[in-house]
Every structure is written in structure tokens, then in C-alpha cells.
Design a protein around this ligand. Structure first.
Ligand SMILES: Cc1cc2nc3c(=O)[nH]c(=O)nc-3n(C[C@H](O)[C@H](O)[C@H](O)COP(=O)(O)O)c2cc1C
Length: 193
């Protein structure tokens, strides 16, 4: 598959078949992730592959995180829905930045480093998603895990920064393309004066 086709065909998949994903395919997707560029080639990423009961625990923490928010009068958005998707998907990959310790104050220099690292991990996640398309797998990039960031990290024994979760599995839906702003609308050539 050409990279352009993968870019065009990729969709956020929110319904998965129950068939397991062979480990070899998960490994290929992770290998693609680690080929991403990163600031100073720091490769600020670590991946935790969860299946079965482990995944269930993440989903439960998200539901209780969402309920706690609601009890305090906040809107928990799509968090419960995303928890359901994590339950259904055969594989969930938790993505961490081991270079960023939690609860460290961001000095101006650290702020730059944080941004550089976060962009780098984003590139790795996108590589993973595109490789998944080539392998025939569906994926969903999930940041709703932040409703239970502390609880999830404590459960996983992580003291670094949670970046996102990625659900992976065989797609059980074929969504039509979601709307995009035309590139012409979001691009300006030169100074325009
Ligand atoms: C950083 C990021 C976080 C996201 N978090 C979630 C999420 O928590 N739950 C969810 O259902 N979709 C999530 N998405 C998927 C977006 O909703 C989706 O990419 C967008 O609506 C465009 O649809 P498409 O991916 O099919 O083109 C996330 C996407 C990105 C890039």
C-alpha cells in the first residue's frame, strides 16, 4: 500500500470485531511508531500493550473518573463512550513519555522540551495508525484516558507523563470520511500583502 492511500483510508474506528490481533502485527505497528522523527532523536516514547482484563481495568477507571467529574458538575464528554471502545477493542496501547516526570514544574526550558517531546510522540502515534491501515487493522487515538490520568498511571505504576491510548483491532465498521477544512482554507501563501 502506498503511504498516500493509507493517509486517505485511515479512519477513527470505534467498533471492533472480537477476533484477536496476532502479536506479530502489533509488533509491526510498534516498529513503525518507533521510526517516527523526534526532537534530538530523543525517542520520548514507551508503549504498554494491554489486552483482556488489563484493558478492562483502564475502562473501569475511566468510567469512575467520568462519574467523579459529573458529580462535581462537569461534563465528562465522550469519556464513557471511549471507555466502552477500550473494553471492546482487543488491544489497547498506552503511550507514555518517560522523559517527562509527573508533577514537575515546567520551567521555560522544560516547556519547550515538553512541546518537542509531545510533538514527537504524536508523530509516533500517527505512524502506528498508518501502519495499522496497511495491516488491515482499525485504530482509535484516545485522549479521554485523561479523565482518570492519575488513577491509570498509579495502576500501571508509571511516574511519567501519559500521552494517549490507542485502541487496535479488526474494524467492524467502515465510516465515511469525517469532514475536513479544505487545506486552502487553513493555508496562507506568504505574507498576503
Ligand atoms: C489527540 C487525539 C485525541 C483523540 N481522542 C479521542 C477520544 O478520546 N475518543 C474518541 O472517540 N476519539 C478520539 N480521537 C479521534 C478524533 O475524534 C478523530 O480523529 C476525528 O474526529 C476525525 O475523525 P477521523 O480520525 O476518522 O478522520 C482523538 C484524536 C486525536 C488526534
Amino acid at each position: 500500500m502506498k503511504i498516500g492511500e493509507a493517509i486517505v483510508q485511515r479512519r477513527s474506528i470505534r467498533k471492533f470485531k472480537s477476533e484477536p490481533v496476532p502479536r506479530e502485527l502489533i509488533e509491526q505497528a510498534l516498529a513503525a511508531a518507533t521510526l517516527a522523527p523526534s526532537g534530538k532523536n530523543a525517542q520520548p516514547w514507551e508503549f504498554i500493550v494491554l489486552e483482556g482484563e488489563d484493558k478492562e481495568q483502564i475502562a473501569e477507571l475511566m468510567v469512575s473518573g467520568a462519574e467523579q467529574l459529573e458529580a462535581r458538575g462537569y461534563n465528562s464528554g465522550s469519556a464513557k463512550n471511549s471507555a466502552g471502545i477500550i473494553r471492546q477493542a482487543p488491544v489497547v496501547i498506552m503511550v507514555y513519555n518517560p522523559r517527562q516526570k509527573k508533577a514537575v514544574k515546567l520551567t521555560p526550558l522544560r516547556k519547550v522540551m515538553w512541546s518537542v517531546d509531545t510533538q514527537s510522540v504524536g508523530a509516533a502515534i500517527q505512524n502506528l495508525l498508518l501502519k495499522a491501515v496497511e495491516l488491515g487493522l482499525g485504530s482509535l487515538w484516545i485522549c479521554d484516558v485523561f479523565v482518570a490520568e492519575e488513577q491509570i498511571s498509579a495502576w500501571l505504576g508509571r511516574e511519567d507523563e501519559l500521552i494517549a491510548a490507542v485502541a487496535l483491532g479488526w474494524p467492524a465498521e467502515e465510516p465515511t470520511p469525517r469532514p475536513r477544512k479544505p487545506w486552502q482554507q487553513v493555508t496562507r501563501w506568504g505574507m498576503g500583502h
